[in-house]
Design a binder for this molecule. Structure first.
Ligand code: AMP
Length: 219
């Protein structure tokens, strides 16, 4: 039986986190819990949370800590996450969220907090060509030679640019990352749980570095 894992993947937006999380979730057979995907689903469903989140997301801001902690707390209490573990993508994003997560996971602590390290300039270039399937979340890189209507290879959904991938919103998110999320790196470093993984390389190379880091942390 494949052992599960309880993981956090940190890193700048556009560092390739989403794609690597999908692969890691298949590898360890654990749910991929992406708070960004959960919020985008709420926006599509037109819930009250969705209406609130859309304004914040389009401006490149952060949804309030209490809201995010409640959403993640509910998700981590589901049987799949309790039984096998999870990979958290996009959470925690602030120190108060990390503190709340420590509380929630006291009985079953996180195995490793991985920081996917990619320089800001490279991330900016990657995000401007990023395209995402609206239905299954698969990420693609635009080359400029695509047909106007782009269909997802995995599920046949529509592949588009995210509303919050405009240069202004991306720059704001990267500034917010330095301000609010980068302190998390220090937070997990102090706890001795941070593993920095070089995120520059082919997706396969980076994936092998990540799995090796998790196996080492679980030993
Ligand atoms: P992502 O897909 O992770 O880039 O998230 C998209 C947007 O959702 C972010 O720019 C935030 O506006 C919001 N968001 C996602 N996760 C969080 C979180 N943990 N805390 C606050 N806002 C979040």
């Amino acid at each position: 039986m494949i052992p599960g894992a309880r993981l956090i993947l940190l890193g700048r937006q556009g560092a390739g986190k989403g794609t690597q999380c999908v692969r890691l979730s298949r590898h360890f057979v654990v749910p991929h819990i992406s708070t960004g995907d959960m919020l985008r689903a709420a926006v599509r469903e037109g819930t009250e949370l969705g209406r609130l989140a859309k304004k914040v997301m389009d401006a490149g801001g952060l949804v309030g800590d209490d809201t995010m902690v409640a959403i993640v707390g509910d998700r981590l209490a589901q049987p799949d996450a309790v039984g096998r573990g999870y990979i958290l993508d996009g959470f925690p994003r602030t120190v108060p969220q990390a503190e709340a997560l420590d509380e929630m996971t006291r009985a079953r602590p996180i195995d490793a907090c991985l920081d996917l390290d990619v320089p800001r300039e490279l991330v900016l270039r990657r995000i401007s060509s990023r395209r995402v399937c609206r239905d299954c979340g698969t990420n693609y890189m635009a080359t400029g030679r695509e047909h106007a209507e782009w269909i997802c290879d995995v599920c046949g959904g529509e592949v588009t640019q995210r509303d919050d991938d405009t240069p202004e919103a991306v720059n704001r998110r990267l500034d917010l990352y330095e301000e609010q999320t980068a302190p998390l790196i220090e937070y997990y470093q102090r706890q001795g749980r941070l593993v920095v993984v070089d995120g520059v390389g082919s997706p396969d190379e980076v994936f092998h570095r990540l799995t090796a880091a998790v196996h080492a942390a679980q030993r």
